[in-house]
Design a protein around this ligand. Sequence first.
Ligand code: HMG
Ligand code: MG
Length: 309
Amino acid sequence: MSPSSNLPKQVKIVEVGPRDGLQNEKEFVPIDVKVDLINQLSSAGFPNIEAASFVSPKWIPQMAGSDEVMAAITRKPGTIYSALTPNMKGYESALAAKVDEIVIFSAASEAFAQKNINCSITESIERFAPVAKAAKQDGIRIRGSISCSFGCPYEGFVEPAQVAEVVKRMMALGCDEIDIADTIGVGTPGQIAALFEGLFTFAPKQQFSGHFHDTYGQALTNIYAAMQAGVSIFHSSIAGLGGCPYAKGATGNVATEDVLYMLKGLGIETGIDFDATVKIGEYIARATGKTNASRVGKAIAAKMNGRST
Ligand code: HMG
Ligand code: MG
């Protein structure tokens, strides 16, 4: 049996750098840089880009101007441009901005829901109900995101049953896709496999994605474990940008370049231009004045530029 025989032939990458990554920058990233980044990503073949967030600018100042970003990008036909919408106000902005997919987001832990969206999990679901109903009527895809599915910065270990409960509520709202997010990156492969296997006893595999942060260096291994369990959609962030404003110490999502390198090695298709992605990682690291957090990105860029690693 080949090592990859139980792995998917194809994986969908959801690039979350322009939102999950840039929302965490200290300095405001100019609109034209965001637009440039999104356009480069779509040109490189990314099928789904989390491009904007229609949340309160008092809570997340970095995402102010999301309407301008959406208006200025060059839409590539077939590319899904997603945006976060915590309530009807956010939904109306997202609709006006012509997003292809909205993201409603809650948590598996009560404390994190309170810190992040200022309400309980139950209240968040009640708040999302009219949003989801409107999106269905308007023919917009709905993605549900569940933070702290493996651990919470305030409550510690999170029981799989807590995640399953929120998944059921998200499914009842009509979500097309559900993200299982390891917001603080504490999950390990056995935990990842067990959680997904449990979820797949009542929900279809193709509806789930893994949103793994690399804080404890487990993200690639966790993606591998999730693929073995049957997941074929993963979120990643160019140059490993990101963190979480409400989870101290959380690093970025797993770096896109690292994920693509692993998938390429496994012969798994993504439809994304790898070399172009490395260049985009270098571009955004330069534009934000940060060190590229992708190990693969740094290694390949050094080769491309004739430097030694
Ligand atoms: P609140 O303060 O309880 O709400 O915030 P409110 O209804 O009382 O409104 C307060 C003010 O915000 C009002 O303005 C509203 O108009 C305004 P004021 O009257 O004071 O001038 N407001 C808005 N403005 C623009 N767009 C909106 C909006 N809604 C209200 N949509 C709320 C509740 C949910 C709005 C707030 O807590 C919020 O925006 N939270 C967002 C937090 C966030 O974006 N966190 C990061 C994203 S989640 C994440 O990164 C995790 C993820 O990546 C997965 C993972 O890794 O775990 C998805
Ligand atoms: Mg995240």
